[in-house]
Design a protein. Structure first.
Length: 318
């Protein structure tokens, strides 16, 4: 190894992102010193990506760096929090400067987009894995938890579902459609602006990382309600429908993970206001896919109104 751990940190991480005024001390000391503004609550979340579990070890390093931050920002988005700081724990089998440079480029491009400063981390040798922790701010009482959905609220989701699940199945990426799907898997767009738009409008929210059925199921459990979802209303990309047909696309949208869209409960009275905010803010629209009700459990009906048999509990590590 040519460069020491400290030289690597200085070269690739110390100035990887823009500087924020609320960072009193960033990379380089034993801990970062950060100022949380008065009247804000700190939202903290962490996610680990392990090679050959969450991504393929041979994926472009730039995409790995991007996705490691994106999946974390998605969690802040689901809380309605505004991102501010991140730390990065990187475990590498060996030092490959080309890989590190590309990884940092991917991470930084997204960090700069949301004014997130990398303020610390750790660098270790071992099987390739990336742990990111993100910190964001939300006014007290405005965070969107998984609890709070009420019977009568609408079930809403951003963007489209199922693309990433199909991309996981691709053995070859030939045409434009496959490229689009692969992009959705490797570079999910964290719905940060949409999460902020949900403040004061949604009653509960979660991000879809393990699949709509699994994640909406968590929201139902936390809220103590049930829901009925219409398969025909699921937002699907043209690329997915053209690749696998509408019926299979619906199944992927229900069961497949890795979409990183937001799923939330919105009272009927708030709906048009939310859609207006998204349209004027250049944000992804929310599709209404069903309704919460008092009957526990999640039901899905097909276009003929028949109850669908649905399985696929979402990805489980253990
Ligand atoms: P310590 O031994 O006190 O934990 P380290 O040698 O691990 O300190 O790290 C030195 C400094 O570099 C710390 O400020 C740490 O937060 C930062 N750092 C280490 N690795 C990374 C990384 N991958 N990204 C950003 N900062 C890092
Ligand atoms: Mg250390």
């Amino acid at each position: 190894m040519s460069l020491s751990e400290f030289e690597l940190i200085r070269r690739y991480f110390a100035h990887a992102t823009g500087a924020r005024g609320d960072v009193l001390l960033g990379v380089g000391d034993d801990a970062a010193l950060l100022r949380v503004p008065a009247g804000q609550v700190l939202a903290v979340s962490t996610d680990t990506l392990v090679a050959d579990v969450h991504f393929r070890a041979g994926d472009p390093a730039e995409d790995i760096g991007y996705k490691a931050l994106a999946v974390n920002l998605s969690d802040l988005a689901a809380m309605g929090a505004k991102p501010a700081w991140a730390t990065l724990g990187l475990t590498l089998p060996r030092v490959d400067e080309g890989w590190l440079e590309a990884f940092t480029r991917g991470f930084s491009s997204l960090a700069r987009q949301w004014d997130v400063q990398l303020v610390g981390g750790d660098l270790t040798r071992g099987p390739l894995a990336v742990t990111v922790q993100v910190h964001g701010m939300v006014p007290p009482g405005q965070a969107l938890t998984r609890a709070g959905a009420r019977p009568g609220d609408r079930v809403c989701v951003t963007g489209t579902l199922g693309d990433a699940a199909q991309a996981l199945k691709l053995t070859e990426v030939a045409g434009a459609e496959e490229q689009y799907l692969q992009g959705r898997l490797r570079r999910p767009v964290p719905r940060v602006g949409e999460g902020l738009a949900l403040r004061g409008r949604a009653t509960a929210a979660i991000d879809v990382s393990d699949g709509l059925l699994a994640d909406l199921g968590h929201l139902l459990e936390a809220s103590g309600v049930g829901a009925t979802v219409r398969a025909a209303s699921l937002p699907l990309s043209d690329a997915l429908c053209r690749t696998v047909g509408r019926e299979q696309a619906q199944r992927l949208a229900l069961g497949g993970g890795d979409d990183y869209e937001l799923c939330c409960s919105v009272p009927e009275l708030q709906l048009s206001d939310l859609q207006d905010a998204c349209m004027h803010g250049g944000l992804a629209p929310f599709a209404c896919i069903g309704k919460f009700d008092a009957e526990p459990g999640l039901r899905c009906i097909d276009s003929a109104g028949r109850l669908m048999h649905i399985e696929q509990p979402g990805y489980r590590h253990f």
